[in-house]
Design a protein around this ligand. Structure first.
Ligand code: TRP
Length: 385
């Protein structure tokens, strides 16, 4: 990052220590679910799904979860298998879920352009398709909740420019943004994200490992606020998915920006064509060996996750069938699994009034929460005149 302003921060508590994300990330950017990469500095910073399951028994009602996506394009299979499926599971066991359409975050590294409205409504359609139920979960866009955004201001006073500049995820995003200058929003958006999470006192934030530095910013500003003024904020924990990340057609992490995805909304034929284009290898004997055969193993994993089977069992079924048979299995499993979801999406995708009504009602509920939190913040800061 090119910003080099450094302010002395004598009255700030200890510097933020970022978790070692490198420990949980393979060179191609995919994530490993290695519990050994838990940040040693703070064992309470996150928990895994298995640990959550142990805690959920009987009292999911009390757990509040905030998740979010940037509306930059249609969701894909990697989003679904890696996180969306989980959110719906949490919703279905009774957790109170806030689902954020992170529209302001889009402008960290691009102009919002004319497309953002369409992407935001498309995201809501994807959520509905996956089983997010707006009667039980709060789906909202942060540009529609002014009190949430105002919270960012006091939070910004609790972290230094130097700390923000050290954030490895922001650094990586700034480096790949392709913009001649890094915007002030790019540098400070982790604090905006802290406001996203803290306004509703979320206990848990399901995220990929790349987001752990941002969660650390949230925890830091929450702690500092509580210490400096009075306890207002809940320190949230990240919920790390057990699902390993899914690779795209080119063997790197499935991601919108790489153009290597299977979109949830794709037709069965489009899905077949995309899966045909996946990189594989020439060994006809199909085996599950993620370290040595990442591409073949990825297709086995996708098939297995869609069928709720073990990838090794899928490999056994295919045996010496080679890549072509593997791709046939994968195509059928994906299309079969996504069929009901795609049908639901097709029903709602054109219903503009329905989709924006969901965002409006979500924003109303989020506004009630955000205004109450902001009120407590102003009181704590001596600004309740
Ligand atoms: N930064 C997240 C992403 O790029 C999206 C996001 C915005 C988010 N606000 C959030 C995620 C709050 C979790 C919590 O995917």
């Amino acid at each position: 990052m090119s910003i080099t302003v450094d302010v002395p921060t004598p009255d700030l508590p200890q510097a933020t220590s970022f978790p070692d994300t490198a420990g949980g990330t393979t060179p191609d950017g995919s994530q490993t679910a290695d519990p050994a990469s838990r940040p040693a500095s703070d064992p309470a910073a996150f928990l895994t799904e298995a640990e959550l399951d142990a805690q959920l028994v009987g009292d999911a009602r009390r757990i509040r979860v905030l998740t979010g996506d940037r509306p930059t394009g249609p969701l894909h299979l990697g989003h679904y298998l890696g996180s969306l499926r989980n959110r719906v599971r949490l919703q279905d066991v009774g957790a109170d879920i806030f689902v954020l359409v992170a529209d302001y975050q889009v402008v960290t590294d691009r102009d919002s352009g004319a497309e953002i409205g369409g992407h935001a409504l498309g995201l809501v359609a994807d959520y509905l398709a996956c089983g997010v139920d707006p009667a039980r979960s709060t789906v909202f866009a942060h540009s529609a909740v002014p009190a949430l955004n105002q919270l960012m201001l006091p939070l910004l006073s609790l972290i230094s420019v130097a700390e923000l500049e050290r954030n490895p995820t922001t650094k990586a995003e700034a480096a790949t943004s392709g913009r001649p200058a890094v915007s002030a929003l790019m540098l400070t958006y982790p604090v905006h994200q802290a406001a996203d999470i803290l306004f509703c006192h979320a206990d848990l934030v399901p995220v990929g490992r790349d987001q752990l530095p941002h969660l650390e910013v949230t925890r830091t500003v929450a702690r500092r606020f509580n210490t400096r003024y009075r306890p207002v904020f809940t320190e949230p924990r990240a919920l790390i998915s057990d699902a390993p990340s899914v690779l795209g057609t080119d063997g790197t992490k499935m991601s919108k920006s790489r153009g290597n995805t299977i979109e949830l909304r794709a037709s069965p034929d489009e899905t077949a064509a995309v899966i045909k284009s996946f990189k594989t290898d020439t060994d006809r004997r199909i085996s599950y060996d993620p370290a040595n055969r990442p591409e073949v193993s990825n297709l086995l994993l996708i098939t297995a996750l869609c069928r709720d089977e073990d990838p090794r069992a899928v490999a056994e079924q295919i045996g010496d069938g080679g890549a072509a048979m593997l791709k046939r299995h994968a195509t059928e499993a994906v299309n079969e699994h996504l069929r009901p979801l795609r049908a639901r999406r097709a029903e709602v995708a054109g219903e503009r009034a329905l989709l924006s009504g969901i965002l409006r009602r979500g924003a109303e509920r989020a506004t009630v929460e955000a205004e109450a939190t902001l009120e407590r913040v102003r009181e704590a800061m001596g600004m309740a005149y």
